[in-house]
Write a protein that binds this ligand. Structure first.
Ligand code: SAM
Length: 278
């Protein structure tokens, strides 16, 4: 019988955040797949667990994924850990989950530390609707396209960023979203120097120009204000049908074109067209 894949979240800064279930899963797994075996070894030493570790990271994931899959298919249970936080969120675990799922392996995720959710919850910005955008690409074209696609985004947006790229990212965010857009910069979460700076993009740029940013960051950016869409009235529809007909369109085509242009059901436009005849 095939084994299983467990996704085991690990602390993002505070070792006390490892749960009892995570500890037990690491202890009982046949082997542990780790993004950086040196980082995970420190955690295992802290927990007093001795276990066989397999490295699984961005540059060996294609080959190692299949090795791990074969072992699970042969009946072993694998616990997957990333350097910190929840495996598969902005790390190569995503590919291993897909590979296992495609091969009928049961995948179970243990809930636990995750930088996105920790940051969002203390950001002070709306949490009802949000979108996680991960790391922005460093390639100019795809970075621009990504930001352009978010210009009208009304949900709260979440980005991961490394400290040495923070300033240029803030400048790009300000270029696309405006300097007045609210941002919460969540730094060194769960660590000694945890800090949340709730400010605007413009002020954040000033702040980190004056003092170079240090530590790990999650950026929570307020969504765009919703654009009030004007709802067309029956009079608008009637007037448009009338104008199109005066330009030579048949009544049927004028109704069709008006319904499409004003995003109204055809029967509503039809009724509006009748009322202009009366
Ligand atoms: N899988 C992880 C998770 O669940 O959050 C994220 C992995 S991603 C490669 C690493 C990024 O997460 C960092 O660059 C930073 O943006 C964010 N991050 C991780 N730990 C953090 C912390 N303690 N404080 C702030 N951001 C953190």
């Amino acid at each position: 019988m095939a084994g299983m894949l467990y996704l085991v979240p690990t602390p993002i800064g505070n070792l006390g955040d490892i749960s009892e279930r995570c500890r037990r899963t690491l202890e009982e797994a046949d082997f542990i797949a780790a993004e950086d075996t040196r980082v995970s070894l420190k955690l295992l030493n802290y927990l007093g667990i001795k276990k066989s570790l397999v490295s699984y990271y961005e540059h060996n994931k294609a080959f190692k994924g299949n090795v791990i899959l074969e072992r699970i298919l042969a009946g072993e249970t694998c616990a997957l850990v990333s350097d910190a936080g929840s495996p598969a969120i902005s790390d190569p675990g995503e590919d291993l989950v897909r590979l296992c799922a495609e091969n009928g392996i049961t995948v179970t995720a243990i809930p636990g530390p995750c930088a996105v959710i920790t940051a969002l919850s203390i950001s002070g910005l709306p949490t009802g609707r949000f979108c996680f955008e991960g790391f922005l690409s460093t390639a100019k074209k795809s970075r621009k396209e990504h930001l352009q696609s978010l210009v009208g985004e009304t949900r709260t947006m979440i980005f991961y960023e490394a400290p040495h790229k923070l300033l240029s990212t803030l400048e790009d965010l300000a270029e696309f979203f405006g300097e007045d857009r609210k941002i919460s910069l969540c730094r060194e979460l769960t660590k000694l120097h945890e800090e949340v700076v709730r400010t605007t993009l413009g002020e954040a740029i000033e702040r980190y120009t004056a003092n170079a940013p240090k530590g790990e960051f999650v950026l929570i950016v307020d969504g765009a204000a919703p654009v009030e869409k004007e709802v067309p009235t029956a009079e608008d529809a009637g007037a448009m049908v009338k104008r199109l007909m005066s330009e030579g369109l048949s009544r049927k085509d004028a109704i069709k074109q008006t319904a499409k242009a004003l995003d109204l059901p055809k029967n509503v436009v039809y009724d509006a067209a009748l009322s202009i005849d009366e």
